[in-house]
Design a binder for this molecule. Sequence first.
Ligand SMILES: [Zn+2]
Length: 233
Amino acid sequence: MRQGNPRERRRRPARASAKRPGSADDRGTQTIPALDSRPTLEAPDDAYLWLGAPREAAVDWSELDNPDRELVGRAQEAATQTYAPYSMFAVGAAVRSKPGRIYTGANLENASSGLSICAEASALNTANAAGDFAVAAVAVVGFSFTEPSGASRIVTPCGSCRQLIVEAAQISKTDVRVLCCNAELTSIAISTISELLPQAFGPANLGVTHQWPKLRLELEARVNQLIDLRQKR
Ligand SMILES: [Zn+2]
């Protein structure tokens, strides 16, 4: 999640007056309703509808198999490492690689807001740094830690993170499963990245998925050369 939950931002109190200079209201021909009386754009309570997923798609933690239970549990636990003094919106993510290892991340905000890093991005980065970028599944849990009432809403990866997951998916040649969870893990919507970001542009469009294994070997050989040179000094 980037910069907290956009649905939370929509809830900021509206300003008392909706009048704008030069509006039809000023010309006395039309009355613009006060912002407070306009239809809200707030998400429905069963917010996984924002996924476009059917209601039946959400399951409880107890309905998952053991590997998925561990994955979403690790995402939930990772939320405690969030640094979110601005949005107060905690997000934990967990990535499971094809070999079954799990890597976690939490959102990292910054006073320069555009620099904030999402939990999913952090977890993917950790997996890659461990040399284990063959991603099979991603879980994400998010909630406002100052507004407990929001804990029942499912959180989904932002657009940027979906793009990052597409990259991992195309490299690993796997339609990565994405488990989007509420804080309590009582409502979990399970999708694949191709459903969350259909017709995505990714490394396959540039042929990189074929080139990368060879390039990766070249990279490793070059780093080993550098290490040998260092050790001979
Ligand atoms: Zn994100």
